[in-house]
Design a protein around this ligand. Structure first.
Ligand code: GLA
Length: 732
């Protein structure tokens, strides 16, 4: 179906994929035109109808009656609701004027439609050519504040997606203070709904949580300066009956990596207002006369075919319109990272031993993790001193890199550029470079402070520290880590009335640094990391095609973490390694073979001392390497489907990747728990060609419709935590 953006003088319709995003203009008693939200629904061909905004139905409040301004404000489904003038639901905008009053009332002024999409200055954002993307901009204004708000909407090819952000422009003479500026808001019937969020903790990121959506406000958000391990910038509201494959849902995902808030509020009229945008607790932004502020982008997605369709739309959107890396469609080098192998206790000889053994087994890159600089023998010191530790690497990073290259491996390196240890030359020289509030002892976390990269001189130092190492050696990959939340929000570089800008300025600084790095080193493979997956979000994927998914490398725990991650993000973005056992985080021992199957779902690599693992395990590496080469094109480029969730059934996990032309399928089946007197589960595959024959590598053949409708009986596996890969090909 053709995408289009239409306006009939009353209703706006953005038709994308199988969906219509509808807004309308309603005239208040005073003759002002307010912009209201009608719905984000399955495609409607002729969006019209006088009652679309239901303006005649609003209930009374106190002595009010329909038509009263107050009643109107209390019930109208504002497309971009503002606080302070009678809309008591969660709002998207709070503006304080110089007199200290907080109120805004936005009325429609004009709109424009164009092909393509403009960049959001300094922010990560979706993009696309003018033949694939269309944009609508609606200008609203508040005459009292002299504030214009430009709402921006873009649609993409056949995706059931609208991306939204807002631009605020102060055309008045006085400064304004933005206390809140969210990016997206929807309103719809809130009865019988459920909520999906992805909460977690360090080493337990993005567990899928589904709960009933009752009356009131349900808020998820991060105040940590990172999108966080604890709350993920994602929220979905579903019909109670919605399943993996069927039913309606609408969801939001934030293209941003710092503080955020998302809310689903079921209101007095059983409506649900759903919002997402910048976190408000740590935010207050001074908007000078003539200045502009752009909010980061929210991806709003809907589905009539359950979670599968949402996942598909997000994966395709992110692959086609968000991730820019030249590695996006390339097989990433199989790397071995020395973190769990040695922690801080390594030297050149040890790393070269690992490299030799890795090379023999087909591994392609050595990544030197934390501990190569300053005097960093533990996590107590040296962050900020990005000079090589010659005790460990006598010939420097450059020397090591040359030797690793001679062995036949590429070389990668770890940095944590945003941090400073109190025990560092940098801190001794510049104690004011750490974020801190005058008169307060700043909080230590992992014995480190956060650098105030909102200051240009600090940012330049950080950049040069990383770039100098990259300029002087043949480093092909950087793991950019960040290991603590932001506290002590004070910057000596900002005046008192701008201290509320720190968390957002911090994120803009991270984005600027990574943009600069990729500008100077366009071929660099950048993997972001935040104590594992604490900033694994669409914002960071704009800069790096992969993100270290979690510090929890236990294959069984990873099933849950990866399930939540794959719900939103392409498999090619998910940093996943085979690590040592007993696992360093939970102490569990899982077969080497099964650890490999779970890691194959992501970028794939190793995180263990290859010189010390058992011969049997080591002997399996070349098979796993071969499997990676055999399957990665499919895993990276194919369509992912969830077949079963061990989290839900307590027994087995299963996912499928099918190629776009439906000729190749890889099914990963992991049986977590064996039960007596039960039959092996039958799995039903998805999205195959019904009439094709699919042949397993062992020669067994099935019709597509048989695999989808009747299913396939899985092998009888002996013991807990076992797995099996089923690889099918089809020639006709
Ligand atoms: C974080 C990362 C780990 C490792 C350590 C090094 O925890 O997530 O993978 O790099 O830092 O200190």
């Amino acid at each position: 179906m053709q995408n289009s953006i239409e306006f009939d003088g009353h209703i706006f319709a953005l038709n994308a994929g199988d969906s219509s995003y509808l807004m309308g203009l309603a005239k208040s008693g005073e003759g002002k035109k307010y912009l209201g939200h009608i719905g984000f629904v399955k495609r409607v061909s002729r969006p019209s109808g006088a009652d679309a905004l239901r303006t005649s139905e609003y209930s009374f409040i106190s002595e009010g009656k329909p038509g009263d301004k107050c009643t109107f404000m209390d019930g109208f489904p504002f497309e971009y609701p503002a606080g302070g003038v009678g809309d008591f639901r969660e709002n998207a905008l709070e503006i304080e004027n110089e007199a200290g009053c907080t109120a805004a009332e936005l009325v429609y002024v004009s709109h424009r439609v164009y092909d393509g999409k403009e960049k959001l200055a300094g922010l990560p954002a979706t993009f696309g050519d003018s033949d694939k993307v269309k944009t609508l901009e609606i200008t609203l204004t508040d005459e009292v504040l002299s504030l214009d708000v430009i709402l921006m909407y873009s649609i993409f090819e056949e995706r059931n997606v609208v991306v939204r952000s807002a631009k605020l422009f102060n055309r008045g003479e006085h400064a304004l203070y933005i206390r809140k500026a969210l990016s997206a808001c929807l309103e719809f019937d809130g009865r019988d709904k459920e909520l999906i969020t992805l909460p977690g903790s360090w080493a337990r990121e993005r567990y899928i949580d589904r709960q009933q959506l009752g009356f009131g406000r349900h808020i998820v958000g991060s105040k940590r300066g990172i999108s966080s391990h604890q709350d993920h910038p994602f929220i979905a509201v579903l019909d109670r009956s919605t399943t993996q494959e069927s039913g309606e849902l609408v969801a939001m995902n934030f293209v941003y990596s710092g503080c955020f808030m998302a809310c689903a509020e079921v209101t007095q009229h059983n409506m649900c207002r759903m919002l997402m945008g910048l976190g408000t607790d740590t935010f207050k932004w001074k908007l000078e006369s003539g200045a502009e502020f752009t909010t980061p982008e929210v991806v709003v997605v809907r589905s009539s075919n359950g979670l599968d369709e949402m996942t598909h739309d997000l994966h395709e959107l992110y692959r086609d319109h968000l991730i820019r890396s030249p590695y996006l469609h390339k097989k990433r080098p199989i790397l071995i990272n020395n973190w769990e192998a040695t922690y801080f206790n390594f030297n050149e000889e040890k790393l070269l031993d690992i490299a030799w053994e890795a090379k023999k087994n087909g591994i392609e890159m050595l990544v030197m993790d934390d501990g190569w600089f300053g005097v960093r023998d533990s996590d107590n010191c040296s962050l900020g001193d990005w000079k090589v530790d010659r005790r460990k690497l006598p010939d420097g990073v450059d020397g090591l890199c040359r030797k690793v290259n001679e062995i036949g491996l590429e070389m990668g390196i770890w940095f944590e550029p945003e941090m400073i240890s109190p025990d560092s030359d940098l801190y001794r020289a510049h104690p004011d470079w750490a974020l801190q509030i005058p008169g307060r002892e700043p909080q230590l976390c992992r014995t480190q402070f956060v650098l105030d990269i909102t200051r240009k001189e600090v940012r330049d130092y950080v950049y040069e520290s990383v770039a100098t190492v990259l300029r002087s050696s043949n480093i092909r990959y950087v793991k950019w880590d960040m290991n603590r939340p932001l506290t002590d929000l004070g910057s000596s570089g900002l005046p008192a009335d701008r201290q509320g800008e720190i968390t957002h300025r911090y994120m803009l600084a991270v984005y600027e640094l990574q943009e600069r790095l990729l500008g100077e080193f366009p071929e660099l493979l950048l993997e972001n990391c935040t104590s594992g997956g604490g900033r694994f979000d669409p914002g960071m994927l704009f800069y790096s095609p992969q993100f270290w998914c979690s510090d929890d490398t236990d294959a069984m725990e990873r099933l849950y973490i990866q399930e939540g991650t794959m719900l939103l993000y392409p498999l090619s973005t998910m940093g996943a390694h085979v690590s040592d056992c007993p696992n360093h985080i939970v102490g569990r021992t899982t077969d080497f073979e099964v650890r490999g199957m779970v890691a194959l779902a992501g970028t794939f690599g190793y995180e263990l001392d290859i010189t010390r693992i058992s011969d049997d395990d080591r002997a399996m590496i070349s098979d796993q390497v071969a499997m990676y080469h055999k399957y990665n094109d499919l895993v990276r480029e194919g369509d992912y489907y969830r077949i079963a969730s061990a989290r839900e059934n307590g027994s087995y996990d299963c996912w499928e990747v099918v190629s776009k032309d439906k000729t190749e399928v890889l099914v990963t089946f992991i049986r977590q728990r064996a039960y007596a007197a039960t039959r092996p589960p039958k799995i039903r595959l998805k999205a195959l060609s019904p009439e094709r024959t699919y042949t397993l590598d062992d020669g067994r053949s099935f019709y597509g419709d048989t695999l989808m409708n009747l299913g396939m009986v899985t092998d009888k596996l002996w013991g807990d935590n076992k797995g099996k890969l089923y690889h099918f090909t089809s020639n006709m």
